[in-house]
Design a binder for this molecule. Structure first.
Ligand SMILES: Cc1ncc(COP(=O)(O)O)c(C=O)c1O
Ligand SMILES: N[C@@H](CCOP(=O)(O)O)C(=O)O
Length: 462
């Protein structure tokens, strides 16, 4: 399998080069040259596989023999051996038509571990096999950072620097990142919001001289490996729902910020998984819901919400969707992205908007409605949702029609966001791994949100 850029200016490259390139060198995002198609007969066989067996099958379609199958199997097995649940991502049935797919049983209690345990191991494998320098630079609204650090801390040949927005992540997220004292980890607490952090790292990746000089590698969902690993749980969740007697029409509702997770669902559907509706749930930072419902993609005012990991205005994977929306025409994507840079907005109408609305249903969840859902589901089902998952469940309740079953991706454990849970007087007990963080010293450097300030830190660290 070869990978190409959404902007068309990168010659096709193999999987490992695509992982190492992260952001495409022409400023676009890497996508597979063709999306592998999975026939219904194969889907039927896959229903019987364990999570790791399924991951191996799906990764093989995208990697071919670039990584020998026995090595890939070891990578996959070691990546999911760190999960606390034998099923990796178990499906919880709350009622006949409401399910949550728990993606938070990995080391840092968020869905990011599913891809980042694998990517951490893959980087270590590539570093050894190619003698390649791995200097990871990432931006986080809280979960990616913790998970990426956990995936590579202490690993030979790898260094990692994570930018998080100063005082805009939850206490547990901050502790997960900043209590790590391994010498290969640097946490920068950036004065600004997540969009500022993401813009800075995209600028640094786009500066090809700087990127090559410091061997910068990506762990955010701009990295195609992240997306591929995240497609696996759509297949797994779908199969479990079928086994649990779900109605025939199965939707997924996806709490959305950077558009990585829902793009993975879109890709799974394009591969042949018969997902009925893909429901895109945002919090009050609702640029993506406005795009689907009104055809306007334009950042609004940044809002701090109870689901801080989704406090994102400019969604980094949106460009991958535009590529498919416009018939895989890289020239059109390049000019749309140039237009967005100049005008700060994009609009779609007519057939294109109809296509968008065929691909997604979208709902923007108000802050109090998110808490109302947490209270209601706690009372009705005795099940505690984290605020991000609660946005997904709220959107499912609004947009799923009778006769459709909806699987909401449960993207984080509620203990990571106790600030919001406490507002509804719900008491939870922290898992011991989280409780232990409160007694540890923290290591982080507060910096201005400018490219120069970050560059200066990286020059010292890398
Ligand atoms: C807990 C949680 N839920 C949902 C999201 C949104 O996912 P995505 O950015 O892939 O849209 C994030 C951040 O990525 C998150 O950390
Ligand atoms: N919510 C994310 C934001 C970064 O998203 P990514 O999927 O591109 O890594 C976070 O927790 O950092």
């Amino acid at each position: 399998m070869q990978y190409i850029s959404t902007r068309g200016q990168v010659s096709p490259i193999g999987f490992i080069d695509a992982v190492l390139m992260g952001l495409a060198d022409d400023g676009g995002l890497l996508v597979p040259e063709q999306i592998p198609q999975v026939a219904p007969s194969i889907l039927k066989q896959w229903q019987e596989l364990t999570y790791t067996e399924l991951a191996l099958e799906i990764f093989s379609l995208y990697i071919d023999d670039e990584i020998p199958r026995a090595d890939l199997q070891k990578l996959v097995e070691s990546s999911y051996a760190t999960f606390r649940h034998t099923e990796v991502t178990p499906l919880q049935k709350l009622s006949d038509d409401r399910y949550v797919l728990e993606l938070f049983h990995g080391p840092t209690f968020a869905f990011k571990d599913v891809a980042l345990q694998f990517l951490g191991n893959l980087y270590a494998y590539v570093s050894e096999r190619r003698n390649s320098v791995i200097h990871i630079l990432g931006a986080t609204s809280g979960d990616t950072g913790a998970s990426a650090i956990e995936g590579v801390r202490g690993k030979e040949g790898i260094r990692i620097c994570i930018l998080h927005p100063h005082e805009k992540v939850s206490k547990v997220q901050e502790l997960q990142m900043t209590t790590v004292d391994d010498a290969n980890v640097l946490n920068l607490s950036v004065k600004g919001n997540f969009d500022d952090c993401q813009r800075i790292i995209k600028d640094l990746f786009a500066d090809i001289d700087f990127k090559h000089r410091y061997h910068l590698r990506a762990i955010n969902s701009i990295n195609i490996a992240r997306i591929l690993a995240q497609t696996v749980y759509y297949f797994y969740g779908y199969f479990q729902a079928v086994k649990q007697g779900s109605p025939a029409k199965i939707n997924f509702s996806v709490p959305t910020g950077n558009f990585g997770d829902i793009f993975a669902g879109y890709l799974a559907k394009k591969m042949g998984l018969p997902i009925h509706k893909l429901i895109l749930a945002t919090n009050e930072n609702n640029i993506l819901a406005r795009f689907v419902n009104e055809g306007l993609y334009q950042p609004g005012d940044f809002k701090e919400t109870y689901s801080p990991s989704m406090d994102i205005q400019v969604a980094s994977n949106f460009e991958r969707y535009l590529y498919y929306l416009y018939g895989e025409e890289a020239g059109i994507v390049a000019s749309l992205m140039a237009q967005f840079k100049t005008d700060g907005r994009l609009t779609v109408s007519g057939d294109i908007l109809a296509q968008v609305q065929g691909d997604f249903a979208a709902y923007s969840v108000a802050n109090e409605a998110c808490l109302d859902t947490i209270s209601a589901y706690h009372q009705t089902y005795g099940y505690l949702l984290d605020p991000h998952t609660a946005c997904g469940v709220t959107a499912a309740d609004q947009l799923a029609a009778p006769g459709e079953a909806t699987i909401t991706l449960s993207t984080a454990h509620p203990a990571k966001f106790d600030e919001a849970i406490q507002l509804r007087q719900i008491k939870q007990t922290y898992p011991p791994q989280i409780q232990a963080l409160f007694a540890k010293p923290q290591f982080q450097t507060v910096v201005d949100g400018t490219n120069e300030a970050i560059q200066a830190q990286l020059e010292k660290f890398f």
